[in-house]
Design a protein around this ligand. Structure first.
Ligand code: PFF
Length: 490
């Protein structure tokens, strides 16, 4: 086969690809989402399942996405259409690309709202608002922000404009450079925060929460109703851990595939995937180690939800020497981490518009940005005027619903299809040629992608959704007091 060329250009080196893909992977998912969902699902056991998912599902699927992208050298929609033709398979495989574009819209629409909170915090930190702040004080600051739709909307708009700007300019000109300096700086600053957390006196408690597994927490979800803790069997924590593995590595929607399509031919795919996943995981764990000691030291609730880092880290900055400067810098870097992820959420759709509709990158970015901005209004309002029960569906706000659907359903399903295509549809000669790995390494990946990864995803999706489990839930809830005694959960 003659090698395809991308019309969009190519990364200048392996390092640039690694930085860009790490920039996509490391974002709000690591610093904002990982701590709060870990807090909501009780810590240790959730973290273990998440790490397992990264290792045995995430890394093989990341390798597959990079491989498919580099072979197809186009937007994920066209890459999948061409590769399936090449394999004599049904053109319907381009559905992977379409569902990816949709998931990208969904995710970016709320991602931009949360990144907007981070932008607002840059100003607050810079103005010294956090100096000497206590738990109650920061709660008020946070609530004042999110309950004001106009303010949140303004920040959401600014973040979306920033993302559109970079994508319009082309990835090479702006972001390549920024990512080179900002990612290492963010990591160093997280380590500084861990240093602070070590001195809170609650560091060990934080570590225990993160790493001591209580597997009951994966099987039962409990909430306190009228002073009584009610528990029900639920597959949801396992699904959330799997979904987060996809979300944090930017998998299942074509973001890594499109980045792979700009990758130089000679670069090792396996080595790059392990490195990117390793860096991403490290950032999440370090963020957890910084945040939970502060949570416990201030009597805060680990399950506080999406506001968790916004209600904890300012306390640390407010109390530490140089906190005014470090706090501002931290939120600036958080915005950059979100920024480098946001552009990868738009890139698959923009690449497709440029390829198929003959649009300029600028026009394509404006269209995609505008559509996503409108969808984002739902998430802006989810924390204020639409936060009431009358606006909820399945007990979830618009924001919760989009996040659940995209991260926990669409990304794992996209990943599943990618695994099936590269393990079962693509000829081994083709994937072997693209990977250029030693036979033992290739065989290992091949077994994972053909059997293990798809089965793991199917098992989790089924486990989280089978009616049998749902039936059990109802049964347990209706005889709650006795079931609590039977299963011994208090
Ligand atoms: N991986 C990003 C994060 O952890 O913040 C979010 C993300 C980016 C998800 C790109 C999906 C994606 F395609």
């Amino acid at each position: 086969m003659t090698e395809r060329q991308s019309i969009h250009g190519q990364w200048s080196s392996r390092l640039v690809f690694i930085l860009a893909a790490t920039g996509s992977a490391v974002g709000l998912g690591n610093i904002w989402k990982f701590p709060y969902i870990t807090g909501e699902h009780g810590g240790g056991a959730f973290v273990i399942v998440y790490l397992l998912c990264i290792a045995v599902v995430g890394i093989p699927i990341m390798m597959a996405e990079i491989m498919l992208g580099r072979r197809g050298r186009q937007s994920p929609i066209n890459t999948m259409a061409d590769l399936s033709k090449e394999e004599g398979a049904n053109g319907g495989w381009s559905l992977i690309g379409w569902s990816g574009v949709l998931a990208g819209f969904f995710i970016l629409s709320y991602y931009s709202v949360i990144a907007g909170w981070a932008l607002a915090y840059v100003v607050r930190a810079g103005a010294g608002t956090f100096t000497g702040v206590d738990a109650a004080g920061i709660q008020t600051i946070f609530n004042d922000l999110i309950s004001d739709p106009e303010r949140v909307l303004a920040w959401h708009t600014l973040f979306m404009l920033m993302s559109m700007f970079v994508v319009a300019k082309g990835v090479k000109a702006g972001l390549e450079k920024a990512v080179t300096y900002l990612m290492p700086a963010l990591f160093v600053l997280l380590i500084v925060l861990v240093g602070y957390a070590m001195n809170t006196g609650y560091f060990v408690q934080g570590l225990e929460f993160l790493f001591t597994p209580d597997f009951n927490k994966l099987i039962y979800e409990c909430e306190v109703v009228a002073g009584l803790e009610q528990c029900e069997i639920s597959g949801s924590p396992v699904l959330v851990a799997l979904g987060h593995a996809f979300f944090t590595l930017s998998l299942g929607m074509g973001a890594i595939m499109v980045y792979g399509s700009y990758m130089p031919k000679k670069t090792s795919i396996a080595g790059s995937a392990v490195l990117i996943a390793g860096l991403d995981t490290m950032v999440a764990l370090v963020a957890g180690m910084a945040i939970f000691p502060i949570v416990f030291a201030n009597g805060l609730e680990p399950g506080a939800g999406p506001g968790l880092i916004f209600q904890t880290l300012p306390i640390a900055f407010g109390a530490m020497p140089g906190g005014h400067f470090f706090g501002t810098l931290f939120f600036v870097l958080l915005v950059f981490a979100a920024w480098s992820s946001a552009i990868s959420l738009i890139e698959p759709a923009v690449a497709w518009l440029v390829e198929n509709r003959n649009m300029t990158r600028i026009r394509a970015s404006v269209w995609i940005g505008l559509t996503t901005w409108v969808l984002g209004l739902g998430s802006v309002f989810s924390f204020n005027i639409w936060s009431g029960d009358e606006f909820k569906l399945f007990d979830r706000t618009f924001f919760d619903l989009l996040d659940y659907l995209a991260a926990n359903i669409m990304l794992p399903l996209g990943g599943l299809l990618i695994a099936i295509f590269s393990g079962w549809i693509m000829k081994t000669a083709a994937s072997q040629d693209e990977f250029a790995m030693r036979p033992a390494g290739y065989k290992f990946w091949w077994n994972l992608i053909r059997y293990f990864s798809p089965l793991a995803v199917i098992a989790v999706l089924v486990y989280a959704n089978i009616p049998l489990i749902k039936g059990l839930k109802v049964l347990l809830t209706s005889s709650m007091i006795s079931s609590q005694q039977v299963i011994g959960i208090v």
